[in-house]
Ligand binder design. Structure first.
Ligand SMILES: Nc1ncnc2c1ncn2[C@@H]1O[C@H](COP(=O)(O)OP(=O)(O)OP(=O)(O)O)[C@@H](O)[C@H]1O
Ligand SMILES: [Zn+2]
Length: 564
């Protein structure tokens, strides 16, 4: 339903954009400096705007094939534990992909490389006294498991560099034949930056392109390695230039091209990869394919820092929190909310207090959902609800969320719209002890519950399993809590039953049965004892509801009328 509504909403914008689109053609002249300007792709507009690092501004997102986005992302270099910096980048892009798929009806075809041969892998494998293959495969498996535990949808394919070296050799050979790379007498191959003239430098920005260290026979200090001759004891492959292994940048150009051919809609990665890695990928790919614009959109995510640190979290700086350690204290849902609360392009500070903020936001939503359900079931009795106003607020929220997400995936704005809806819903749920004859409006709360569940599900936040996040992964355990609460409710209702006639001490109200007092006190004790264990029981008149929390709750004594 949500998707159909969205599609019709964006149909108009789509037609307008498509008619303005300019076609991108392979110029065949990669040295033409004027070809540096970004050209709006031809194809189908999605109605979204995305910030394109190639133009440093928001551009209409236009896909070569209607309803399909080809998406390549640089994966990790697997020589150490995956950390929260990785989590941040891959969860943020996962959220973007879910938005495209679920809200805008776009099929995302996502391919990711795993860098499993590299200087750092070789160095670490020597330190650990294991082979580079074994080391890489241990950390690759761990990375994939960590991504699953963060509920990141896996790409359609993961591709390892070591399984694609034959493609890489052929790709380098193609670049040499096109006149954009050269082999040295030592057996290295370098990209010839001067051969592409002014086309190099899309992402340089403030960075001074010193170039990487390498052979003294490089033609230009900025030339970078496509192929490195192997040193003793290093892994190697045979090639026309002798034994060696691929440079870092060439793996992405080759592997992206082997999956998607000469044209790509979206390329993503952390902002640290923009220069030189993505710059060099573009140079290689356009030199190989002899085209003017290989990838149409580059999306870069901001860095995660430990709060107060200038440096990004990274393996090489050893300033990281591993994903596994993080998940001992917080849940995947909470991490997603933490990510959603900032724009994907912003730098983000990680700290306990920022996680507490995310936790509180999630609990606010969960508590509203529980209360709204209790209201629907008639367990929570409330003053009359302004139903028409709530329906209007719901419709406004849907449209604000959609507008925010179509505007370069503005998730903080979308979450804020949802939180405002929760706030307004809460304001309407004013409990009363009796509601005889009061009109009820369960349907509008049902609609709010459905929408909030659905939009959070789009973001990958699974409210149904929020309970599972806090340590009760088994649905059976939830069943036990349900039964326990039900039993307690019956005992409590029995203890709160009143004697038939008013007594002289309480002439206007029938008294409770004094001998049932201990039962009532036991019900209170059970409620208080369960709270630190993460089970929050709420008594609502004669019935009770429950929800799972993080277990830090302390419960006040209920003002019960204890039988004397
Ligand atoms: N702190 C971070 N914040 C956001 N994204 C990050 C962070 N660290 C790494 N990434 C992103 O994760 C992906 C994989 O990065 P990579 O394996 O190079 O991690 P790394 O820890 O930076 O490693 P190294 O320290 O060896 O460079 C890249 O897209 C990178 O931009
Ligand atoms: Zn890459």
């Amino acid at each position: 339903m949500l998707r159909l509504w969205v599609r019709s909403e964006f149909q108009r914008a789509k037609v307008l954009c498509a008619s303005r689109a300019v076609s991108v053609r392979c110029s065949g002249d990669c040295s033409n400096a004027s070809a540096r300007a970004w050209v709006r792709p031809s194809g189908a507009s999605t109605g979204l705007q995305a910030f394109n690092s190639l133009t440093k501004q928001k551009e209409p997102l236009i896909l070569a094939r209607e309803g399909v986005a080809t998406w390549y992302s640089c994966g990790p270099t697997v020589y150490d534990h995956a950390h929260l910096g990785h989590a941040c980048s891959y969860v943020r892009f996962d959220i973007l992909q879910r938005i495209l798929t679920r809200l805008f009806g776009i099929t995302v075809i996502h391919a990711m490389v795993i860098t499993d041969v590299d200087d750092k892998i070789i160095k670490r494998s020597r330190e650990e006294n294991v082979s580079p293959n074994v080391l890489a495969s241990i950390y690759e498996d761990e990375f994939k498991r960590d991504m699953l535990s963060l509920k990141v949808i896996p790409p359609a394919v993961y591709l390892r560099v070591t399984e694609n070296v034959h493609h890489i050799v052929a790709f380098i050979d193609g670049i040499i034949r096109n006149g954009h790379a050269y082999a040295t007498k030592e057996g290295d191959v370098y990209f010839d930056i001067q051969s592409i003239g002014g086309r190099y430098g899309k992402f340089i920005g403030a960075v001074d392109p010193q170039g990487e260290p390498g052979s003294t026979t490089k033609r230009d200090s900025r030339d970078f390695a496509l192929w490195k001759r192997s040193k003793p004891q290093e892994p190697f492959w045979e090639s026309p230039w002798g034994r060696g292994r691929p440079g870092w940048h060439i793996e992405c150009s080759t592997i992206a091209s082997s999956v998607f051919g000469s044209q790509l809609d979206i390329h993503s990665g952390g902002i640290d990869l923009a220069f030189p890695h993505h710059e060099n990928e573009i140079a290689q790919s356009e030199a190989y394919h002899q085209c003017g614009q290989w990838a149409n959109y580059f999306l870069h995510s901001g860095h995660l820092h430990l709060k107060g640190s200038e440096e990004k979290m990274s393996k090489s700086l050893k300033n990281y929190v591993s994903i596994k350690d993080f998940l001992q204290s917080y849940s995947a849902n909470e991490f997603r909310i933490f990510c959603l609360l900032s724009k994907y392009r912003s730098a983000i500070d990680y700290s306990h207090s920022s996680m507490v903020e995310a936790r509180i936001a999630l609990e606010t939503i969960s508590t509203f959902m529980q209360d709204a359900k209790a209201y629907m079931k008639g367990q929570l009795k409330c003053t009359p609800v302004q139903e028409v106003a709530l329906w209007d607020r719901l419709a406004d929220t849907k449209s604000s969320v959609l507008k925010a997400l179509a505007d370069d995936f503005d998730t903080p704005r979308a979450v804020s719209a949802v939180m405002n809806l929760v706030h307004d819903g809460n304001c309407q749920l004013q409990p009363v002890s009796t509601c005889e004859g009061v009109a009820r409006s369960p349907a509008v709360f049902g609609a709010m519950i459905s929408y909030i569940t659905e939009i959070l599900d789009v973001f990958g936040v699974d409210l149904l399993h929020t309970k599972g996040d806090v340590g009760t992964s088994s649905g059976r355990l939830e069943g036990v809590v349900e039964q326990l609460t039900h039993f307690r409710s019956e005992v409590r209702a029995f203890a709160l039953a009143r004697q038939d006639a008013p007594t002289s001490r309480r002439p206007h109200k029938a008294a409770l049965y004094p001998e049932r007092g201990p039962l009532l006190r036991s019900c209170d004790t059970l409620r208080k004892d369960l709270a630190p264990l993460g089970v929050l029981i709420k008594d609502r008149g004669l019935t009770s509801t429950w929800e799972l929390t993080k277990g830090s709750e302390s419960v006040q004594d209920e003002e019960q009328e204890t039988p004397s």
